[in-house]
Design a protein around this ligand. Structure first.
Ligand code: PLP
Length: 448
């Protein structure tokens, strides 16, 4: 029995009767009722333990159940839970803004707080359009930017389709995905080719019509696509050359996930706007932000910022953000992600060598994925793009095995993700990898 005196079956029945699950055919879903969570583990209502190898939605970066966040949030709620964000302000909002400016790239100075990632993206493009007086936004196919109208229009993956025609002015630029192009990850010729195609598209669209380019620094759900240094610097240079604002979507790749505060820090590149959420509060409470450069902030010193939300700069969210940023520092979680990231990459590469079904390993910090193939030689995906029905069978088989063996992670199409909380230790990391390794043997005979 849980604190609400419900059995596991009561929870499932009532959830199904009176709530809608997202991204699902309702009748096809079987969720697991969770009782509590601590560190890298979750326990279901029947007492079974799961190792969280995806930080839920790549978001519980500090790990579950940290009392310091609980204290910070309750302390704030005792003082004041909410104030009108234009008429009043709070010390916790001031501190969250100050800390965010401190940890984000040096040129970023002010945060526009939102309730999550999608509305951070919405407000980023709104500001970019106002500041430049231009309307088009460049975005990629292998991307996810959120589920509100604008963010979903910018999203390249099939989640966009049902929201079409979407907002006007979105223009696609090519992805950076060397493995699918048959290139090596750091092949300069491939980087040059993708940048040249991007430059061409800017020419064809008219640079004076393009407000911004939005890109996940390391693409998340669409496959952990890690840019080459030349590519990420090249994108920045193209934006600067044409007066296009560069929006780095670090909703998933931010807050230590890649072994640095933000993925862009690996290459020393500064965006004009950075969108953040997820690890900002490690999902303890909802909060996001669009953090803007000093130049953009300056623009709004004398001009109206036509944007807002009831829950803008929510004090409870800000309290969770401040506590999280302190925890990243105090517990040296970002250093841990960098150190264990080396172990993770090495072990995943060893797994790729052992398994016929693993075609590629992409890993940076504790942000990583295995790409499953039918053949290492042809690189044909083991599960096709946007599959349904029987085509999903290999992914479902692996997922079921992992759950059965007490491991939760994301298996999406032909990609197996390993993105544990940054507080994981080496023994726990190896525990999770061993389960995945065992599970992959189930798929090896589908590959040659
Ligand atoms: C890169 C990226 N941007 C934006 C979002 C949207 O964030 P939210 O779901 O908080 O609206 C996500 C969510 O997964 C994301 O991964």
């Amino acid at each position: 029995m849980t604190t609400l005196e419900m059995t596991s079956q009561d929870i499932l029945t009532l959830t199904r009767e009176h709530t809608l699950y997202d991204w699902s055919v309702q009748s096809a879903l079987s969720a697991i009722p969770i009782d509590h969570a601590k560190g890298v583990y979750l326990w279901d209502t029947d007492g079974k333990r799961y190792l969280d190898f995806n930080s839920q939605l790549m978001s519980v970066n500090i790990g579950h159940g940290d009392e310091r966040v609980l204290e910070a949030v309750t302390r704030q709620m005792r003082r004041v839970s909410f104030v009108s964000p234009t008429t009043f302000t709070t010390d916790i909002r001031a501190e969250a803004g100050r800390m965010l400016a401190e940890v984000t790239p040096a040129n970023l100075s002010k945060a526009f707080f939102t309730t999550g990632g999608a509305d951070a993206v919405e407000n980023a493009i709104r500001m970019a359009r106002i500041v430049t007086g231009r309307h088009k936004i460049l975005a990629r196919y292998r991307s996810y930017h959120g589920a509100t109208a604008g963010a979903l229009s910018l999203t390249g993956d099939p989640r966009r389709w049902q929201a079409e025609p979407g907002i006007p002015g979105v223009v696609r630029i090519p992805d950076f995905y060397p493995y699918r192009a048959g290139a090596a990850p750091d092949d300069p010729a491939y980087t040059a080719q993708i940048l040249a195609m991007t430059d061409d598209i800017i020419q064809f669209e008219g640079p004076h019509t393009i407000a911004a380019l939005i890109a996940e620094t390391v693409v998340g759900t669409n496959g952990i696509l890690i840019p080459s240094e030349g590519y990420i610097r090249g994108l920045r240079e193209l934006c600067t050359k044409y007066g296009i604002l560069y929006i780095a979507d670090e909703v998933m790749s931010g807050f230590g996930r890649t072994g640095r505060w933000f993925a862009l820090d690996h290459w020393g590149v500064q965006p004009d706007i950075m969108t953040v959420a997820k690890g900002l509060t490690s999902s303890y409470v909802p909060l996001g932000a669009a953090v803007v450069s000093a130049e953009i902030a300056e623009y709004f010193e004398t001009r109206f910022l036509n944007a807002g939300l009831t829950y803008h700069a929510h004090p409870v969210g800000c309290a969770a953000a401040v506590a999280n940023m302190q925890i990243y520092k105090e517990d040296r979680l970002i250093e841990n992600a960098a150190t264990l990231g080396v172990v993770l990459k090495r072990e995943l590469e060893a797994m790729a060598a052992r398994h016929a079904c693993v075609g590629d390993v992409r890993a940076i910090g504790l942000f990583s994925a295995l790409e499953l193939v039918k053949s290492k030689a042809t690189r044909e995906p083991l599960v096709p793009f946007n599959p349904s029905g029987a085509a999903l069978a290999p992914a479902n088989k692996l997922k079921a095995f992992l759950f059965q063996h007490g491991l939760f992670t994301l298996v999406r199409w032909n990609t197996v993700f390993c993105n544990p909380p940054l507080c994981i230790n080496e023994q726990q990391l190896r525990e999770g990898l061993a389960i995945i390794d065992e599970g992959l043997y189930l798929l090896d005979d589908l590959a040659s």
